[in-house]
Design a protein around this ligand. Structure first.
Ligand SMILES: Nc1ncnc2c1ncn2[C@@H]1O[C@H](COP(=O)(O)OP(=O)(O)OP(=O)(O)O)[C@@H](O)[C@H]1O
Ligand SMILES: [Mg+2]
Length: 289
């Protein structure tokens, strides 16, 4: 890894933090800030461990994810990024033999509380996957899908939601004349933005993105990254990425995971410029992974 990683904030797009502001994370309490400089956390992950059968994939992870910010999970392949992301909306429940210990508190409620309505949770926390996965339906029906599941059937209302979601996903101009075409006829980058439109159509509070750009070319990647910035004021976004330049460009906060452990969490600017842990430094400078 020879290319230097320059966080987007390092180009002075944001005011420098006040001197008396608490750092988000300290060496003693990685990821457990008493006060986030950017406001309230939306997720409070507490001592979270996860096993696939006998194999432990997450080891006592504690982390607070700030609301209406972009948080990136980085780390080498197999370190538990996707596993941690899937814990946030209980997608790991669908995998046989998974055991989870600890808590994920989302807006004050433990998502692993047995009385919790998982369908409602997944409506509030949408997900976009690495491989865009539009349904083999029209563009319109893909975006309307979640709303139909919620019982919205009026054509006019659906039309309004579909248009708004496609506009918000920066795709409307490209597809407005072909809403009845099969979604699979779109390009890969368009399909990924369609999946984002489908996720935001049901008005979630959080969007989880697991390597959303890894199958996209640089232009399509730039569009998705731009879109993430546009959506920032309205949603909390958590992105898993292999690409450290991408984490540095798009995220406000970064969590570095290694072998199922959270090694370091903090503001992206600080973590990339002045990592506190040797392992973080080794990883971001390309010495391993
Ligand atoms: N369904 C599963 N069953 C058993 N083990 C699993 C399963 N999913 C993941 N694992 C294991 O858990 C560990 C963490 O996997 P995870 O997919 O979370 O890593 P990751 O950081 O997302 O990796 P990558 O960057 O390659 O996507 C790995 O050792 C992986 O082999
Ligand atoms: Mg993964």
């Amino acid at each position: 890894m020879s290319e230097p990683i320059v966080p987007h904030h390092a180009t002075a797009t944001r005011p420098a933090p006040l001197e008396d502001e608490e750092p988000l994370a300290s060496l003693d309490r990685p990821g457990r800030p008493d006060e986030s400089p950017d406001g309230e956390p939306i997720f409070d992950i507490r001592d979270l461990s996860l096993w696939y059968g006998e194999k432990r994939a997450l080891n006592d992870v504690s982390l607070r994810i700030p609301k209406q910010r972009i948080t990136a999970f980085i780390g080498p392949s197999g370190c538990g990024k996707s596993t941690l992301l899937r814990c946030l909306n209980r997608l790991n429940d669908l995998i046989d033999g998974v055991r989870i210990d600890g808590q994920v508190v989302f807006e004050g409620q433990n998502v692993y509380d047995p009385s919790l309505d998982v369908n409602l949770l997944r409506k509030r926390i949408g997900m976009v996957f690495q491989k865009s996965n539009p349904f083999p339906k029209t563009i319109f029906e893909n975006v309307a899908y979640g709303c139909r599941l919620q019982g919205i059937t009026r054509r006019l209302e659906l039309q309004e939601i579909v248009e708004r979601s496609l506009r918000d996903a920066a795709l409307w101009d490209e597809v407005k004349d072909r809403l009845d075409d099969n979604a699979l006829s779109l390009s890969g980058g368009q399909q990924q933005r369609l999946c984002i439109a489908r996720a935001i159509a049901v008005d979630p509070e959080v969007i989880l993105l697991d390597e959303p750009c890894s199958a996209l070319d640089p232009i399509a990647t730039a569009k998705v990254e731009e879109l993430m910035q546009d959506l920032k004021d309205d949603y909390t976004q958590v992105i898993v990425t292999h690409n450290m330049q991408q984490a540095a460009r798009v995220s406000d906060f970064t969590a570095f995971l290694y072998l199922g452990e959270l090694i370091e969490f903090g503001e992206t600017d600080r973590l990339f410029i002045k990592p506190e842990r040797q392992q973080t430094e080794d990883y971001i400078t390309g010495r391993f992974g």
